[in-house]
Design a protein. Structure first.
Length: 254
């Protein structure tokens, strides 16, 4: 073996031994002690008082850290509920907040059970909303302290709605909101001479006390106008996940 190779191996071995020595617990302690001395000298020169933290204080910090994680999780849940409860949009109507306590196993049933009923002032056929003014359905089958909410996705849905004009020159289109296979919503009987655009808002056009004008349904996601037909139709996208609602508000006419 050449002397150069032997020398290189010896140098490599020496480096490994030195690095290993500095990684031993003894050297780790020495490095920590050296760092403490350096920090102490620097603090005296700069006039900074040394800060010491006891084990009890460390435990408190850990507890606060865990509490912060828990509170952050609870805050996210609160934000979700607040978003679904919304803020009052119809000052003249009584608002009854309710929690959804039962969901159907069959998604095509399109019904929820809420924890408010006749004893809480809930009437038959009252509109149920989220986010303040977004209509999700109507109350049905009341009991003393529970009600069935029949959502807009139910097969017998029939609500008069209209589009919101984006400017004064555009005409609003009025039509009938119906469930499409209990999985989506469709606005039908729209006059074919009305111009529709995707993203256009759709609201209720009922002028009845129980269903005030302007309750939000959703937005147009697509539309179709076939030849030789008097009407066009549009698919409506709602601003919520129907299977993820936890809280609603029942609106009661004065």
């Amino acid at each position: 073996m050449k002397k150069r190779t032997v020398g290189a191996l010896l140098a490599l071995g020496t480096i490994i031994l030195v690095l290993g020595f500095f990684a031993t617990p003894l050297m780790q302690h020495a490095r920590g002690y050296t760092w403490d001395i350096f920090v102490g000298i620097t603090a005296r020169v700069l006039g900074i008082e040394r800060i010491s933290i006891s084990d009890a204080e460390i435990d408190i910090i850990k507890k606060l850290s865990h509490d912060n994680i828990r509170l952050t999780s609870e805050l996210e849940d609160y934000r979700k509920l607040k978003n679904q409860l919304g803020t009052p949009a119809f000052d003249s109507m009584k608002k009854i907040p309710a929690a959804i306590i039962s969901r159907p196993l069959d998604t095509l049933t399109s019904e929820y059970i809420i924890n408010k009923g006749i004893a809480d002032g809930v009437p038959e056929g009252a509109p149920v909303v989220v986010m303040g003014s977004v209509l999700v359905g109507f109350t049905r089958g009341l009991s003393a302290h529970a009600s069935t909410v029949e959502t807009l996705f139910a097969k017998n849905t029939s609500v008069t709605v209209e589009t919101v004009s984006k400017d004064e020159e555009s005409r609003s289109a009025r039509g009938l909101l119906e469930s499409r296979f209990q999985t989506s919503l469709e606005m039908n009987t729209i006059p074919r001479d009305i111009t529709l655009t995707t993203g256009q808002s759709v609201v209720t056009s009922n002028k009845e006390p129980a269903v005030p004008y302007g309750m939000v349904i959703g937005t147009i996601s697509s539309f179709e106008k076939q030849e030789n037909e008097a009407y066009q139709h549009a698919v409506i996208e709602v601003p919520y996940r129907i299977d993820a609602l936890d809280a609603v508000v029942v609106l009661v006419a004065p």
